[in-house]
Design a protein around this ligand. Structure first.
Ligand code: DGJ
Length: 557
């Protein structure tokens, strides 16, 4: 895999922003992909060196090798380094206990041939709430594999998370998958991580109303959750904290006694059942091959109440329940299709949850959202959805941003978890005033500019609700040394002031170029019109660029 396009060298960044490359030890190289705490960030370490996932998730029914074959040239042109692709339980275990790994083997073979890595998505008991990827022998045996029910007693197309039989069947199959991945990929590491299930959530009620669920709901809240609440203190999600406090902060009792009566409590119960079930699946898989594993969530539309969205999934207000019930899950991920990208990143990056975005809107904005997540929230990676369908300007800007990010990856990785790096992203279409941020002793005022480009031919959603045909605006900044900054992105203009001083700031130099294979490649020196005669730094709209900037301070004599 040493021909992978993305630079995955271990690196430290010199004051100039240049990157010095050191090789991993032999032991580290053979270690399986794992998460490691480095500085204040959690990073994915592959073959002994930190790795940023510049990814794309294929569509739900695009995970078969033969179908995907014609799309590979287009995928390669996007400069991504990782594909996220489903493994279907129904195809892998068509008869109970008889496994057919040809689908996943095809993905691994094709990924290697195209020099990309893989994140596998285990489409099993639940996919977008429902259980359509369960094998026929599960689907048709409702006595053995019971369904959740609505308040009228009608069965839903959702396997009940209370069923030990379903849980064990899923866990056995998942363990078989992970054993197979270890046997076939344990030394090559094409497969980096695994998402277990997909967008779990109960709908159109906040909880299962089957008799079994009603009985359990009347029993005591599990001790493990109570202990987590008691230990959590200020770190508990504010929504959970509020519910528990309003109900008197009891440390024993039924769900309604401990959390009060209502949809929110129903949802807590649901989250506990889902998370407990998934914990067993994840633990069985990790016992075979302990890759990093995560779950993803469908986010909540503004104003929707529990039951009106897929409820009980790994949503920010339920983090504590998932953590207490499923300690083997490494992190909880958002699928961000809303325009409030920055806000959802913030909510998922809280309380130590490493941020990884397995699905995002495949719009032109994806290109800048990747910069923002990696720099502002130390994200492990980013991945727009239905990536094989990317075309037109959305695809062009993603390809360009991934190309620059590949070069910048060692520098970004070296600054993750440390002060001095920030993501730059307008907070929605109403962002008019410049954003202000303090970095490296300076106040930076950042404004955003979009430029009309070709229309979005691939049907991608219009960025930030703006007029069609506008390029995205955003990027990142890194304070690389005393009075020195690195900027990367598109459509951003920055002016500078000294923190706590009225002294003027001048631009000593602005150099456009890019990082490639760990080295800085000079493009041109910028001055004159390109810096507005020394007044600002501007990364032009319409195309991505990188600049290394030196500032100086002067006073009136
Ligand atoms: C989110 C799901 O996780 C994906 O599998 C897919 O169904 C998309 N929604 C479709 O927009």
């Amino acid at each position: 895999m040493n021909r992978l396009r993305t630079v995955v060298v271990s690196a430290f960044v010199l004051a100039t922003g240049a990157v010095a490359v050191t090789g991993p030890s032999q032991d580290a190289k053979t270690a399986i992909p794992r998460l490691e705490r480095r500085g204040g960030a959690t990073q994915l370490v592959v073959d002994g060196v930190p790795f940023l996932i510049l990814g794309g998730e294929v569509g739900n029914s695009s995970g078969e090798s033969g179908y995907l074959a014609p799309y590979w040239p287009g995928l390669r042109a996007l400069n991504l380094n990782t594909i996220l692709a489903p493994v279907y339980w129904e195809l892998m275990e068509p008869q109970e206990g008889r496994y057919d790994f040809s689908q996943v083997d095809g993905l691994v073979r094709d990924a290697r041939a195209n020099h990309v890595r893989l994140v596998l998505l285990w489409f099993a008991s639940w996919k977008n709430s429902v259980s359509t990827y369960a094998p026929a022998w599960v689907k048709t045996n409702t006595a053995r594999f019971p369904r959740a029910a609505d308040a009228t007693g009608r069965g839903l197309d959702i396997l009940s998370p209370l069923s030990n039989a379903s849980r064990d069947a899923d866990a056995r199959a998942f363990a078989a998958l992970m054993r197979h991945v270890r046997e076939t990929d344990g030394s090559t590491h094409t497969v980096l991580m695994v998402q277990v299930e997909n967008e779990i959530g109960m709908i159109a009620d906040a909880r299962d109303r089957s008799d079994a669920a009603n009985r359990l709901f009347g029993e005591a809240v599990p001790r493990a959750l109570i202990d987590h609440l008691a230990r959590g203190g200020e770190k508990l999600a504010p929504e959970l904290q509020a519910l528990w406090t309003a109900a008197g902060r009891r440390t024993s009792g039924t769900w309604e006694q401990v959390f009060g009566r209502g949809r929110a409590t129903d949802e807590l119960f649901t989250a506990w059942q889902f998370a407990t079930y998934v914990q067993a699946v994840v633990a069985a898989g990790k016992a075979e091959y302990a890759l990093p594993m995560f779950v993803n969530a469908a986010l909540i539309r503004p104003g929707a109440l529990p039951g009106q969205y897929p409820s009980g999934g790994p949503l920010p207000h339920l983090f504590d329940v998932w953590r207490a019930a499923a300690p083997s899950i490494d992190f909880l991920s958002p699928d961000i299709y809303f325009q409030t990208f920055a806000e959802w990143c913030r909510r998922y990056a809280r309380s130590g949850n490493p941020l990884f975005i397995p699905e995002a809107q495949r719009s032109a904005d994806a290109a800048v959202n990747a910069f923002y997540a990696l720099a502002e929230h130390d994200a492990i990676g980013f991945s727009p959805f239905a990536i094989e369908s990317a075309s037109g300007p959305g695809a062009a800007s993603l390809a360009e941003s991934y190309r620059l990010l590949s070069g910048l990856a060692p520098t970004i990785l070296a600054h993750q978890g440390r002060a001095g790096m920030a993501g730059l992203l307008p907070e929605g279409p109403e962002q008019r005033l410049p954003q202000e941020l303090s970095l490296g002793g300076y106040v930076l005022r950042v404004s955003y500019e979009r430029q009309a480009g070709p229309s979005l031919a691939d049907g991608a959603v219009t960025p930030l609700g703006a007029q069609p045909g506008l390029w995205p605006a955003g990027g990142l900044v890194i304070a690389t040394g005393q009075d020195e900054f690195l900027f990367a992105g598109i459509g951003i203009t920055i002016t500078f002031a000294i923190e706590g001083s009225a002294d003027p700031v001048g631009i000593l130099s602005a150099e456009e170029g890019e990082f490639s294979d760990g080295a800085w490649r000079h493009g041109r020196w910028l001055n004159g019109d390109q810096t507005h005669q020394g007044r600002h730094i501007r990364l032009e709209p319409g195309h991505f660029s990188v600049q290394r900037v030196k500032l100086y301070r002067y006073r009136e004599p």
